[in-house]
Design a protein around this ligand. Sequence first.
Ligand code: G6P
Length: 619
Amino acid sequence: MCGIVGYIGKQEATPIIIEGLRRLEYRGYDSAGLVVLRENDLQTRKKKGKIDEGLARLVLESPLTGTTGIGHTRWATHGAPTDENSHPHFDQTGRIGIVHNGVIENFDQIKDRLLSEGHTFQSATDTEVLAHLIGEYYDKPRSRNGESLHPLTDAVMGALREVIGTYGIGVVCSEHPGILVGARRGSPLIVGVGDGENFLTSDTSAVVAHTRQVIYLNDYDVITLTPERFTVNSLGTDSAKVQISQIEFGAEASEKGDFPHYMLKEIFEQPRTVENALRGRVDKEEVTAKFGGLNLSTAELRAIDQIVILACGTSWHAALVGEYLFEEFAHIPVEVEYASEFRYRNAPIEKNTLVLAITQSGETADTLAGVRESKRRGHPVLAICNVVGSTIAREAHGGIYLHAGPEIGVASTKAFTSQVTILTMLAVLMGRVRMLSSRRGLQVIKALEEVPAQMEKILAQKDHIKAIAQKYAHVEDFFFLGRQYSFPVALEGALKLKEISYIHAEGYPAAEMKHGPIAMIDEKTPTVILIPTDSLYDKTISNLQEIKARKGPLIAVANEGDSRIASMVEDVIYIPATLDPIFPLLGVIPLQLLAYYIAVERGCDVDKPRNLAKSVTVE
Ligand code: G6P
């Protein structure tokens, strides 16, 4: 949610910042802007709209020069997406420029005070208030508690001590062209360490083309960068700890390649990303899984009486699959919680409860808050994350990475299948320290290993799925139905369609339709029905007939070899048969492709759907 790119070095800052912002645009695309220092002159450009339509054109028409600068791509929280509300924002004197991700909760009180002192504001944003506050501290006599701080760092630290809320910020000052200051609390901020140059960013993909050495800043860290040096101070009680890490994936992992959209590229990556999720984690001898970062002994795993899973969005749907898996393989009761609800509920949780946080980005604010609340209550917290070094990955007691590579498409696809793969293996592991037989465990592992090849077979049907998509691209409502393991997949299919095509869609347990939603069925409302040849096949056929009787068009996702289904529905997408618990990994692929091709047919911006952001770092 919002992206930051800062540069300080010997090269021209503008192209580096613009290119970095392009790579971060999936985090927010309401507006973009930058400020570059030419000696003591702060030159700024900012524009509403996507980078290539707004900021990049503006910079082309009126170029900037200078080797220090910061840029921002915005997902609006306070203030509408306008040129004025775009970042950077400046203090009262115009000497200090800042970009900011996050929300300053007490900005109203600070603004009132500053207004009474004669400050005037150009925008409706909380960020401008923070800029003014830093400016005020910059002009105050400083109390440095014996520390020798740079005056800009000192001003930033003074202002941030007054602030309630979350922030990842980059700050420059016209009086100090060789200095860039950053700080974080609740919003990610990373330093890219170069040779005679340094970078500041909210996401490694913006700097990976320049350096693979990074420092993941911690909450309350304040960093002061020059081209040659970095110094970290802390606003917290502990002193700052600095560790340089290596980025796992190169710049090419964030490229679209020959695909027209990131989403399509990521859908097609799934055979490989599932392999990556399994790599080195299968123990066929013992019929179990091995996870290096679990930090839980067998005895501790055996002592778990309940699992609570916290997640949002697509990750929440993966969590629902997890519920079925843990209950079936390990007989452990599971609660799947929307992290945003969990954090404010006083949910009674059993003593021996393991909390699982599932999150692609590792930065989702509600999931992070749920993790912190769970830790406070004394529960072990395990994170299933994609982004290495992300806040949740670092704050959890243990974790499992997806190793799926950067997911850029705002609508999550490959993260879902990797999360489900890992949940399946984790459920096997939990089952094997309890009651799961080695025979059943081995069946599951073997079925998982077949998934990449089976996914390839489904992906090869893209033209067939595209033809179905074209047929239904202009309807107003869609239903997605499934039972048991198919039900979370139905929810995910509906979410994908809503997110990128703006068609109203609902996912339902197939048998629940008759308790209300079936009233909406008519000849203009198609239903996707997930109907693998499982133990509930005949029951699902009955649900299908109920829709057919009301003239609702039907698209079935069925197993190869199901000869009955074709005569009952308008369209069928056949997928390879697998075990019931493995169905979500295959059943979701046609639904991702269906949503994708419908959105393309409707002319929607698939990778940057309206109103959405990839990583939601505000409540
Ligand atoms: C946003 C994204 C979704 C994602 C959700 C949770 O809403 O647009 O695609 O599923 O956040 O994100 P997380 O990174 O925690 O999985």
